[in-house]
Structures are given as structure tokens and as C-alpha cells.
Write a protein that binds this ligand. Structure first.
Ligand code: FAD
Ligand code: SF4
Length: 518
């Protein structure tokens, strides 16, 4: 009889589902485990999450507003939602305290959570069962195509983790752009047709802009009140904050932008932040759009002959290739990954990363638009601000914290391997077997920035020389020993070997003087 009583009590007891700010998906696994009428959902705007780095104002605004809209949608579907907003008088500031607070009122039989995107939170959640004395069940995040275990399996016994091979597995697994077991168009990768250089006269489609509704207005007031010392502003906020509007951005992208996505993926232009990019990362990462649905739209556009294969394949590769691969690397190597610093880069981050006050036009443009929009596209992140940070030997930790703070789409699982691994080459050559470094010539080829820059792209040394030029050669000289056996760096070192030794010394001296001024 005791067992029967106990099981009756347990069935009457409520369950709790905790939904995080980047899990705004009605199909999220944790939500499937509860009864809408009987159980509770907790969502909370927490100080611990807004302040471990000082996130961009538009990032906090986007996430809080999207969370509030999502909570309303759940309520409309008759879910019982406890929403603790930032100014709620019982807002306790951290996930654990907030769950403990609700648990002390309801004595939940079970707590369901979809696994978080950050190692820090996963480790925290894993201690709760003991601390709370109730079952805490962590579910897989099915928004991703490969689980952490799938990646581990793929990575096992491999000397190097080449993204291209992982990507092919993902193509086979999803069936995207496949004809049975063969890639559509006869090739896995059409990148050779992409990445054309900058040319005059390109025009860029206008973007959908969403005027803030009453909910977003309230969040704007809140962010202005509590986060005005964070980078950026809340002015001119036009991002979508609901799935309905995010779908409009997706449709607009497929129709007007995707046809040119591949060709001009790497170009940069003064005062043009978005070019032919999708600006979908923030919606995918927060859960408003699913990565697979986004790829299916792109595949359909190709099948209906409205976009060329190089555009569709290039776009799909970014998502089921790079995005999944980056997540796999994160979970495979954390927590040690975060402390890697292969090239011992420790120089303090210069102030211009926060205020864009620099004469280097490429840096000014990329940082200024980051301050305004919380957005920069991949090549600006990798080959401008990332390239500079790597060449200048800026502190890996400070640079990673900067990227995590300033982009609306930044969550540690995706930001860290991209920054520490891809941009800074600090991860023992895991993400890239060679560093993504370049002199100013690359930036000049891919943009019109140099045309209005105070520095002269053609000069290697002297007061007017482009800093990327002497910093590039200085980097090669400084890390000669480290890269000596790397065959992918052989050409760069052959070029260096051809350079007069006096010139090498002069470039090194100028680089050191420049770095001292930062
Ligand atoms: P598009 O150019 O339109 O690409 C389409 C989609 O592909 C993106 O929306 C994104 O979901 C995916 N994608 C493309 N490249 C990558 C990649 N390398 N890793 C993961 N997804 C990718 N992306 C983030 O989502 N969050 C980050 O915090 C982040 N930090 C980065 C830091 C550095 C130093 C670098 C070099 C890259 C970073 N990226 C990050 C990857 C990439 O730059 C952004 O996903 C992209 O710029 C977002 O803009 P978009 O949606 O217009 O992308
Ligand atoms: Fe950047 Fe050098 Fe070009 Fe100036 S000249 S925009 S610093 S690459």
C-alpha cells in the first residue's frame, strides 16, 4: 500500500520544464516531456547570464524580447508558464536559485531540461539532482544533426579532424543535395566557383526590418535602464523576435539574396554590413528557425532552379558542415579547449575593439558596424578583426570574451572554436592546420576599404604603410620555429626567405613599435 500511495503522490506531483533563452523552439525535447495542463515551465531573465561577459545591448534586447514572445505563444497553447522577468521581485539571478525557489513551492517530481549549449551550464545542471533531491533529466538537443557522441565517434582515431569529411557524413545523414549516395551536381563542394573578389557596382537587396512592438518597447526601456554601460545601443532595433517574423527573413533571403550568396560570400564594402549574407545565425542559434528547415528551403530553391548549385551547396555547407563541426569540436575538447593558447598570445585588447576609433579603415568599418548592429559577417570576423588579433598576438582570452560579448548570435559553443581555433590558431591546429592570416593585400582584393584608408596598402614599411603588411611578416618571422614543419606554411616561408634580411629586420622593428602604441 505504501508503494501505491507513493506512486499516486508522484503522479499528482508536478514536473518542471526549464527553457533557456536559446531554446525557443516549440519542438524542443524538454517540452515534449511535460503535460501542458498539469506541469510548469520556467523561463527567466537572469543576471548571471547577462553579465558573465558584458553582452551587446541588442543581444540582450533580442533574447529577452524573443523569450517573452515565446512564453506568450506557450501560454496561448495552454502551457503553465512561470516567467521571471529581469525586474521581477523574486528574480534571484541564477538558474539554480530560480529553480530552487520554484521547487520549494511545488516539490517537483522531475525537472526536465534540454542540454545547454555551454559547458559551464551543463556542469552546473549536473549537480542539481543531488542538491535539490529530485530527478533532474537532461535531454539531447535534437536541433543539431550530430550529437556530441556522434562527433566523438567520427573523431575517434583520426589524426586530424577535417571539416570537409565530416560535412560529407552530414550530407549523407540528412540526404540534403543527394542523389541516393552521390552528391547532386557530381561534386561535394563547389567552393571553387565562389568567393569572387570585390568589384565596383554591386547592389545589395534591402533587408526586412521589424518595428518594435509593445513587448520589444518594454525590453528596450529595461535594457536602457540596466545595461547602458554595455557595448552598442538599443537604437534602430529591427531584428525579428518571433518565429513568424524570422520565417519572413528566411523567405526573403532565399528569394533575393541566396542566388548571389556563393559568388560574393567573402566581399566587404564600406557602410554595407549585410551584403549577400543571410543574417540567420541569431534566429537559428536562439531556436526560432531550425537548421534543417533553413537548409531544406535552400535545397528546394536549387531543385526549382531558382538558385545555382554553388550558392545552395555553399550555404548548406556552412550550416550542416561548419556549424555542426564547430559544435562537435567544442564538446569534444572542452573544458581544456578554453585554456589553449598555442602561440602564447597575451597582449591586452586595444581600446579600439570597443569604440572603433582607429585609422585602419577595415578595422574601423568592421567594429563600427558591430557596435551598431551586433553583427559582422564571417570574413570581417575572420580576416579583419580576427586576423589583426592573431597577427598582433592579442590575448586569446580577451579576444574570445570580446567575440562572445559583441555579436547577437554569440553563444560559447559556436563562438569559442571559431575564435580560439579558427581565427587565433590557438587550439593546437585542431580547427585549421594552418593559421588564417593575411597581409593587407587580401583585404584590398576582397573589399573597397583600402581606397579610403589613411594607410597605403602598397607600402610594406614606413609611416604610411598598411599595418597588416608589416604585422604579417613579423608574425612569420616570430613564429618561424613553430611553423617550420608545417607543409601548408611552406610557400609563405619561401616568400620570406626571398626577402632581404635588412628589410626583414626593418619590418620587425616597425611592427614592434606599432604594437607598443596599441
Ligand atoms: P551567413 O554567411 O549567411 O552563413 C549562413 C549560416 O551558416 C550562418 O547563419 C551560420 O548559422 C552558419 N555558419 C557559417 N559559418 C559558420 C561557422 N564558422 N560556424 C558556425 N556557423 C556558421 N557564428 C555564430 O553563430 N555565433 C558566433 O558567436 C560566431 N562567432 C564567430 C567568431 C569568429 C572569430 C568567426 C571567424 C566566426 C564566427 N561565427 C559565429 C561564424 C560566422 O561568422 C557567423 O555564423 C556568420 O557570420 C553569421 O552571419 P550570417 O547568418 O549572415 O551567416
Ligand atoms: Fe586595412 Fe591596410 Fe587596407 Fe587600411 S590599407 S583598410 S589598414 S588593409
Amino acid at each position: 500500500p505504501n508503494t501505491a500511495l507513493k506512486s499516486m503522490r508522484t503522479t499528482q506531483m508536478k514536473k518542471l520544464c526549464l527553457i533557456l533563452g536559446d531554446q525557443l523552439d516549440h519542438a524542443i525535447t524538454s517540452l515534449q516531456k511535460i503535460d501542458p495542463q498539469h506541469d510548469l515551465i520556467l523561463m527567466a531573465e537572469l543576471q548571471s547570464e547577462t553579465s558573465y561577459v558584458k553582452h551587446h545591448q541588442k543581444k540582450i534586447l533580442f533574447l529577452f524580447s524573443a523569450m517573452r514572445h515565446f512564453a506568450l505563444e506557450l501560454k496561448k497553447k495552454n502551457y503553465q508558464v512561470v516567467y521571471v522577468d529581469y525586474e521581477h521581485n523574486e528574480n534571484l539571478g541564477s538558474f539554480f536559485q530560480q529553480v530552487q525557489w520554484l521547487h520549494s513551492k511545488h516539490h517537483f517530481a522531475e525537472i526536465h531540461i534540454t542540454k545547454p549549449g555551454e559547458y559551464r551550464l551543463l556542469k552546473d545542471f549536473q549537480t542539481w539532482q543531488k542538491k535539490l533531491g529530485t530527478s533532474v533529466i537532461l535531454h539531447e538537443d535534437h536541433r543539431f544533426i550530430a550529437s556530441a557522441e556522434d562527433f566523438q565517434q567520427w573523431a575517434k582515431n583520426k589524426k586530424s579532424l577535417v571539416m570537409e569529411f565530416f560535412y560529407r557524413e552530414m550530407r549523407k545523414k540528412t540526404g540534403l543535395l543527394m542523389d541516393q549516395d552521390k552528391p547532386l551536381g557530381g561534386k561535394w563542394n563547389f567552393d571553387q566557383q565562389n568567393r569572387k573578389k570585390w568589384k565596383k557596382g554591386l547592389t545589395f537587396p534591402k533587408r526586412p526590418i521589424f518595428s518594435p512592438d509593445a513587448i520589444t518597447q518594454e525590453v528596450i526601456t529595461l535594457v536602457n535602464k540596466h545595461f547602458s554601460d554595455h557595448i552598442g545601443t538599443t537604437n534602430d532595433f529591427g531584428y525579428a523576435v518571433t518565429r513568424t517574423d524570422a520565417l519572413k527573413v528566411l523567405q526573403h533571403f532565399i528569394q533575393y539574396i541566396l542566388p548571389n550568396f556563393g559568388d560574393h560570400q567573402d566581399i566587404m564594402q564600406t557602410e554595407e554590413p549585410f551584403l549577400y549574407h543571410s543574417t540567420l545565425s541569431l534566429y537559428i542559434n536562439a531556436g526560432l528557425l531550425s537548421p534543417i528547415e533553413v537548409c531544406k528551403h535552400a535545397e528546394n530553391a536549387f531543385l526549382q532552379a531558382s538558385v545555382p548549385i554553388n550558392a545552395a551547396e555553399g550555404f548548406i555547407r556552412q550550416i550542416i558542415g561548419w556549424r555542426e563541426y564547430i559544435r562537435g569540436v567544442y564538446w569534444h575538447f572542452m573544458p581544456a579547449y578554453k585554456n589553449r593558447n598555442t602561440l602564447h598570445a597575451t597582449k591586452a585588447l586595444p581600446r579600439f575593439y570597443w569604440d572603433a576609433q582607429t585609422d585602419m579603415q577595415c578595422m574601423h568599418q568592421s567594429i563600427q558596424q558591430t557596435i551598431i548592429h551586433g553583427y559582422a559577417h564571417h570574413i570581417q570576423r575572420l580576416m579583419v578583426t580576427g586576423n589583426f588579433a592573431n597577427l598582433a598576438g592579442l590575448s586569446v582570452q580577451e579576444v574570445c570574451d570580446w567575440y562572445l560579448a559583441v555579436y547577437v548570435d554569440a553563444f560559447e559553443w559556436v563562438e569559442l572554436p571559431n575564435t580560439l581555433g579558427m581565427a587565433l590558431h590557438a587550439d593546437q591546429a585542431t580547427v585549421g592546420t594552418k593559421p588564417y592570416i593575411a597581409s593587407g593585400a587580401y583585404i584590398n582584393r576582397m573589399s573597397n576599404y583600402c581606397k579610403t584608408c589613411r594607410f597605403d596598402i602598397k607600402q610594406k614599411k614606413g609611416e604610411d604603410a598598411c599595418p597588416f603588411n608589416y604585422l604579417y611578416w613579423n608574425y612569420l618571422i616570430k613564429h618561424k620555429k613553430h611553423f617550420a614543419k608545417n607543409p601548408r606554411m611552406a610557400m609563405a616561408y619561401r616568400n620570406l626567405a626571398r626577402m632581404d634580411i635588412k628589410l626583414q629586420e626593418a619590418l620587425q622593428k616597425q611592427a614592434e613599435q606599432f604594437l607598443d602604441t596599441l
